[in-house]
Design a protein around this ligand. Structure first.
Ligand code: CS2
Ligand code: MG
Length: 403
């Protein structure tokens, strides 16, 4: 089989998505997600200008060789743009290989290791009361695991709290909007939020929280300790993780489980965290960490240290990534949980898919490939629209901070 053509489809059904479509001389096609929120066109260009010319004429079955060619052949290794582009190629090739075999992708990875994929949903509210109501609503929808994020008294806009409680799209402006931040107000508010959420929802629902990189290590240690009575499933992105050793300080002070990695793009970003057991869940994804091929390597390293997977699954990762992720999740032995932020109906119309949600669990479906397609005619109705993620500034003096 030979790759005869490949093209990048950029569309914006409510938010921007970048999709790579690979065609072969046997009529089989495969697609991969290449969406990098706020930098979509960089990945589109990387694919169009630098990757696709190298793919034409290659055997699509040679997934590993093509991965190595794109990773080592670029000379300039790693980084979110490069690895998202490689991920899109990898995902599309696994899609083709599974279709050629007439099997759902998870069967090629090693078959199902579980009956379904436990997911967590996003409950958010402007204040504690609305957030508690939203957590109860997600429980009533059947979720066994629910992330809770709320507004912080005294802060106008914070990460994780959308204009509506149903959909949350952080890339909310043509140029970065500016949020204000106060660690003190956040650290005062969050423990009482979870005190009320846990009291309302009871002991059986897994509760998660995303700190979103906004604390220093000692502040994260304090929050982890304060949250221990509420038995969180995880506290995510407690502090920026460029310095993997920073998690030692958090680990010394709290038993609240730690998750990190949605912004990581290779195994090198998390090798120290995993080998030193500084985290409990690794959040790397199909779309941003080099595709199925590389994500398996990260999961295998993690399994040596009892670190489980907990892949990122926000709405800025397309249904193509979600579909591929669910096949990975169904197979991976050290599975932990999968994030599932529902896409809008517009997005789902662009990306018809076989995956399903029922009673807190998802399944990728049984169709050959990863089970997600792109309706290019519908996609064409939604042209690209520039949108950036916000930035944070310290409320007291305007210092630029982590959003
Ligand atoms: C968040 C994301 O879902 C999460 O855990 O960290 O919503 C993140 O803010 C976005 O994916 C950024 O584009
Ligand atoms: Mg996150």
């Amino acid at each position: 089989m030979k790759i005869t053509a490949a093209r990048v489809i950029v569309c914006s059904p409510g938010r921007n998505f970048v999709t790579l479509k690979i065609e072969t001389d046997e009529g089989l096609t495969g697609i991969g997600d290449a969406t990098l929120n706020g930098r979509e066109l960089s990945v589109a260009s990387y694919l169009d200008d630098h990757v696709i010319p190298c793919l034409i004429g290659r055997d699509p079955h040679q997934i590993e060789d093509i991965w190595q060619y794109l990773y080592k052949g670029a000379y300039w290794r790693r980084g979110p743009v490069t690895m998202s582009a490689i991920a899109a190629v990898d995902t599309a090739l696994w899609d083709i290989k599974a279709k050629a075999a007439g099997l759902p992708l998870y069967q090629l990875l090693g078959g199902a290791s579980r009956t379904g994929v436990m997911v967590y949903g996003h409950a958010n509210g402007r204040d504690t009361e609305q957030t508690v109501d939203e957590v109860l609503r997600y429980r009533d929808m059947g979720y066994k695991a629910i992330r809770a994020q709320s507004g912080v008294p005294g802060l106008e806009k914070v990460y994780g709290v959308g204009k509506s409680t149903v959909f949350y799209e952080p890339a909310d402006a043509d140029l970065p909007s500016e949020h204000d931040w106060s660690t003190e107000k956040y650290l005062r508010h969050t423990p009482q939020l979870f005190d009320q959420v846990r009291a309302a929802v009871g002991p059986d629902i897994h509760l998660l929280h995303d700190v979103h990189h906004r604390l220093t290590p000692i502040e994260a240690a304090r929050l982890g300790k304060d949250l221990e009575p509420f038995r969180l499933f995880w506290m995510e992105d407690a502090t920026p993780a460029e310095n993997q050793d920073a998690f030692r300080l958090i680990r010394q002070h709290t038993t609240t489980p730690l998750a990190v990695g949605e912004v990581f793009n290779t195994i090198w970003d998390c090798k120290g965290l995993i080998e030193n057991q500084l985290i409990d869940y690794i959040r790397t994804t199909v779309v941003h960490a080099g595709g199925i091929t590389h994500l398996r390597r990260i999961a295998d390293l993690a399994s040596l240290y009892q670190v489980r997977t907990g892949s990122h699954g926000a709405t800025d990762l397309s249904p193509v990534c979600m579909g591929a992720a669910l096949h990975f999740d169904l197979w991976v032995p050290n599975f932990g949980i999968q994030e599932y932020m529902r896409h809008t109906d517009e997005t789902d119309a662009v990306f018809p898919h076989a995956y399903t949600f029922q009673d807190g669990f998802m399944h990728p479906g049984q169709v050959p490939g990863h089970g997600v397609t792109i309706d290019e005619a519908v996609a064409a109705k939604f042209p690209y629209q520039r949108a950036y993620l916000p930035v944070n500034r310290q409320q007291h003096d305007g210092t630029l901070w982590n959003w």
